[in-house]
Design a protein around this ligand. Sequence first.
Ligand code: ADP
Ligand code: MG
Length: 620
Amino acid sequence: MAKINLLAPHEARKIAAGEVVERPSNIIKELVENAIDAGATSITLYLEEAGKKLIRLVDNGSGMDQQDARTCFQPHATSKITQLDDLETIVTFGFRGEALASIAAVSNVTLVTKIAGSDEQSLATRVTYTEDRLLDQQAVAGHVGTDISIQDLFYNTPARKKFLKQDETEWNVVQQTMYAFCLSNLNVNFKLFHNSKMMLNAPAVTTLKDRAAQIWGTDIAANLIPCAGDDRFFAVNGCISHHQFWRYGKTHLFFFVNNRWVKNSEFGKALLKGYLNVLPRDRFPAGIIFITVDSREIDVNIHPKKEEVKVSKPGVLTSLITQCIRETLDARVDTLGQVSKPLESFETLAGTKAPTSFIRTSGGQEQFAGNLSDYMTSLTHVGTQPPLILSLSKDGLVGSKGMGQGQSLALQNPLTLSPSKGMSATKQVSATTILGQLFNTYILVQKEHELIMVDQHAAHERVLYEKYTEYFDASHGTLLLFPEVVTLTKELVDAILPWQEFFGKQGIQFDALGSRELALRSAPPQLRGPSLRDLITDAAHFVLEHGTLDRTLLTTRFNEHVHSHMACKAAVKAGDVLTQEQMRQLLDDLLLVSNRFICVHGRPTMWTISQQDIEKHFRR
Ligand code: ADP
Ligand code: MG
């Protein structure tokens, strides 16, 4: 007997519907896209029980005539495409002609619509659909535009209904979807009601920042800075948060390709890469990024819900995103300015008078030739010596010079300023003043209209970390007269032995001494005794724990780990008294390192408080 049965069309449609409609937010997305395609400038969404009970969308778009009000529910009914070629260049959102048919297959639908251009007195059309069948069609009073209600979602597909999450979860997804539409359609007035409560009213605006303020509040919007960049294939623009802002999740990250909201984890990764070492690990920025590309270079049809896109040359695009973020952050976050030196003297320092602790190699690179205690000594005896320049990477130098142009900063001695002069000094555009040390822990700096508090330990740690990363990779360390012996477990010894070569490059050489001990034969000058043994023990634990990571990633992490350990041990501590010169030195050094806003443990190195914030506090 034959085993193959053909499914009845409406059964087949129920199954197909699952591709487009999984949860309320999918329906909402289709309905809002239709409204936008119809030219609506006002879109209002009413939900009950996060959309499980009711989704109603009212728009003031072009509406439909009597006949279209019926045909729009037919499978493959679309006014947006007539042949496959159109798919390549189509600019509207919907183009599959399946959304309404799919939705009607799994819910009860009522549509009231009136076509634009019809006279005031004329009636709207109301159609009701259930189980794929037209139940009723009537002429009713109504406004131009479309008012569509989806009730009892999945009433006829209990298996799907079971997969719906709790209202709160579904609501969160709906909210994100609506935010995405708000962010990419500034000219539309969006309103959102949930269980009869108004949750959002966002009238049309002209800037992205204003939109962000409507949906997240002005506090968050105030942390956004514009970003833009382009190359031959792609253009990127939008807003990102600066280094002092972060969230625990990715809820404030949105990407759009040709104004279509997409979820592409590669874009997210590229953006986060731009924040590497700026934000602590597992913290996330806000970012609303619009990518523009010739529509022939993308395929939006790889996903039934059109949530993903495939771009040709993805690598070019992700590098562009990362670069754009880095440049934006760098340009913006040079809050410290150049603390003590005008540009000319900076050039002299960087060029002819190389600081004593560095030697220039034939390749023009500077090498750290002193040891840490030299460095610390120099911090305490800076006096007439030229300041040390740490981490003179090409980028750092170029970046600082570019920034310094036109804003040569003068160091002012706060002690010589009378209060009235002090007041006028705030009006001097580029003045930077070290006010002093607070609690022997923070350096207070005034720059233009900002008060900057620098955490001396965190800042120094960062400076040293960058220095180690840059200089110790090529260092050989010094041979120890008597090898240090470290006792570990067999497991730890086995874990760390494959890393001999890596450590060799850090100036640390060791061999196994039996199955539970290591003999350390060389180390960088500032690491001796307990802190050296500590470092190795800690490193062994680290590789044991992270041994499953991909090798390059592990190397990077491990490098970070070893260097941050070294930096932490060597940095000035909270409670250390610093002289004015030392503070200035530290700030200068900090200015030259690339990741100056966050210490190696992810804590901020500085906190900027604007004059405005202070005035707000005092209600001036
Ligand atoms: P698609 O959007 O892919 O064309 P849909 O099933 O979403 O397919 O919609 C079918 C058709 O119904 C659309 O092409 C459009 O002509 C019409 N339509 C749907 N929603 C609206 C609306 N809100 N306003 C005006 N016309 C609409
Ligand atoms: Mg559509």
